[in-house]
Design a protein around this ligand. Structure first.
Ligand SMILES: [Ca+2]
Length: 236
């Protein structure tokens, strides 16, 4: 039932293409049919001279009091970890960037007050990859990447279909993220984005999403992959 609930929410979110401003947030906050919303700002068009652009978020869950938002686009190009090493989400560069540089620069004080702490479990990845790795300690995050299990629940990326095409998981880097080094498919414009879960024990230490939307594992310092921040935002 829970999976169906999330699927329906996601379907509703993806059907409507209207982006809501913060002024419309109150009006839409009780509607499960809300789709995307604008919240915070980050450089996206690759022209810093015209300032940062509003961030568009997909409302992937909404329980009536809070909404789970995931950036529609891949916002930044960075490795999960700068070095060739196996570290858990807790110690990753990606977590540091999301809760540090990104959180500090993308949101004003009023917006920060709306962003809730999320207690994230980080289970090992064996239930997804078969030959998995430990995920490390639980973490408390303002901003985070999805785990493989959350992606599976929200977008139906079933374990037996991790290599498969999954339109719900596809995303494009912004022009800025492409300029920063995110690999971008020349025709589709889509790219790769990190999950926070561990990968497999064959030296592929982090789960990541490919341009066609399937989940795979890569070494965490692989170049050209990016970040899709996720967070829970208070609605009342
Ligand atoms: Ca700009």
């Amino acid at each position: 039932m829970k999976n169906l609930f999330f699927k329906r929410l996601l379907a509703a979110a993806l059907v409507c293409t209207t982006a809501f401003s913060m002024n419309a947030f109150a009006a839409q906050k009780k509607s499960s049919a809300s789709s995307t919303m604008l919240f915070g700002r980050f450089e996206q068009d690759g022209n810093p001279a015209n300032g940062a652009e509003p961030i568009e978020w997909i409302v992937v869950a909404n329980d009536g009091t809070k909404a789970m938002l995931m950036s529609k686009n891949i916002l930044e190009c960075l490795p999960y970890l700068h070095d060739y090493a196996n570290v858990p989400w807790e110690s990753s560069d990606l977590r540091s960037w999301m809760n540090g540089t990104f959180y500090a620069s993308a949101f004003n004080d009023a917006e920060k007050a709306m962003i809730l702490d999320t207690n994230n479990s980080n289970p090992d990845s064996s239930a997804f990859f078969g030959v998995g790795l430990p995920g490390g300690n639980p973490t408390t995050d303002k901003v985070f990447a999805l785990s493989v299990y959350e992606a599976q629940q929200l977008f139906g990326a079933a374990p037996e279909a991790v290599q498969d095409w999954n339109e719900k998981m596809q995303a494009k880097p912004t022009a800025y993220a492409t300029m920063r080094g995110c690999w971008t498919h020349p025709r589709s414009g889509r790219g790769f984005w990190w999950l926070r879960s561990a990968g497999t024990s064959y030296g592929n230490w982090v789960a990541t999403v490919q341009d066609h939307g399937g989940v795979i594992a890569h070494v965490g310092n692989r170049a050209g992959e990016g970040a899709r921040p996720v967070m829970w935002v208070k609605m009342q």
